[in-house]
Design a protein around this ligand. Sequence first.
Ligand code: SAH
Length: 248
Amino acid sequence: MDIPRIFNITESAHRIHNPITADKLATLGAALRMEPGARILDLGSGSGEMLCTWARDYGITGIGVDMSQLFTEQAKLRAKELGVADKVKFIHGDAAGYVSNEKVDVAACVGATWIGGGVSGTIELLAQSLRAGGIILIGEPYWRQLPPTEDVAKRCLAHSISDFLMLPELLASFGSLGYDVVEMILADQDGWDRYEAAKWLTMRRWLEANPGDELAKEVRDQLTSEPKRYAAYTREYLGWGVFALMAR
Ligand code: SAH
């Protein structure tokens, strides 16, 4: 079981697989005012940067579940590197339907809400692991500018304009699901560059090391076209944020 190999190639050097930067991730951890020993569940935990740095900086404990074998291995290595291997556990597996044995203080899905079939389904899934009064974290894109056409939405790699909301509507949608938005950290275009532009050097080096690979043509095509597509579309139209929610 694994995610499509292309992501394990293009994001192999990423610590954070999202447009949030390390300093914003730290700001978010501080903003949540967690007590040392707070328990976190992270579905789609990637290379584990959130749990590992928050364990080091804020004394949390956590479980991360991720379907990428590579990212999960990197998360375990990062935990050792930061000296928090006794505080955080990373499980390689499908997080769809994953409910923790013990209730957690914070239940997160940061940039992987397809795991629960969309934002509302993911909130329902996370709520099953959450203690009363706990916090849900959702990382999700929104439109900075509404795409003028469906074609522009597709060039942002969305299926359609309806995939995402504008920020005010996204915030209001959490209210409609019965949740207060109690904090948020928004990515900016520099953060998007860290996520997207970092793939280009990784792709270039991978191509040099793997010229005969069956994915070499796909990676070559992406490296050729991505900088322009990204600058014209994703960077202009897509915002991204992490939203902290508490049930009303
Ligand atoms: N939250 C992490 C990773 C976000 S990228 C971060 O911010 O860095 C999305 C992640 O979801 C990837 O690591 C991918 O491997 C993982 N993923 C995709 N489908 C999944 C599934 N069904 N179950 C668990 N993880 C999944």
